[in-house]
Design a protein around this ligand. Structure first.
Ligand code: HEC
Length: 151
């Protein structure tokens, strides 16, 4: 009987932790105190490209806030878009100016997607992160995703 009780307890605690891993939608607070402050106005392009500390902070912020849908280390399992595709989307544009413009548009699209989420009718495909993640955290996540190669 005791063994059975222990077994049931174990199964319950495994079930609880699995449920937590998948169903936990509480956004995690991101410590951005080591990053250059960006102020209140949301920028249109990423000021942290290639910034080592931003990439470190962004990696952890990504894994806590985005990975449950977009995949661990930005490798999507297929249900949500693979964010690494944003990194190469501008490669096929001919000419430096067109490439630059494309990159600006990708940053702005990323920014608006994260701030506003993805909602159609009453379906929330992705929650809005405006007011939840700081702009430092949002751009740090982008800097991190840019280091992840799509092959
Ligand atoms: C609850 C699941 C979920 C979470 C959490 C989530 N997303 Fe999403 N995200 C989605 C889905 C699903 C889509 C595609 C929505 C659609 O079809 O319009 C999406 C779309 C996007 C897009 C647009 C991609 C494209 O190719 O069009 C970006 C950028 C994005 N998410 C970034 C993020 C970031 C950054 C985070 C973490 C801060 C995050 N998402 C958290 C589910 C999620």
């Amino acid at each position: 009987m005791l063994v059975r009780k222990a077994l049931v307890a174990t199964i319950f605690s495994i079930a609880a932790s699995v449920a937590l891993a998948h169903g936990d939608v509480t956004p995690q607070v991101v410590d951005v105190s080591t990053l250059k402050p960006l102020g209140d106005d949301m920028l249109e392009t990423n000021p942290y490209v290639g910034d080592k500390e931003a990439i470190r902070v962004g990696s952890s912020a990504y894994n806590q806030n985005c990975a449950r849908c977009h995949g661990l280390e930005a490798v999507s399992g297929g249900i949500s878009p693979d964010l690494r595709k944003m990194n190469t989307e501008c490669d096929s544009f001919a000419g430096k100016k067109a490439k630059e413009q494309c990159k600006v548009e990708i940053d702005t699209y990323y920014r608006n997607s994260v701030l506003g989420g993805k909602v159609r009718g009453d379906r929330v495909y992705m929650p809005a992160f405006a007011g939840i993640l700081s702009q430092e955290a949002i751009w740090a996540i982008k800097a991190y995703v840019e280091t992840r190669k799509y092959e």
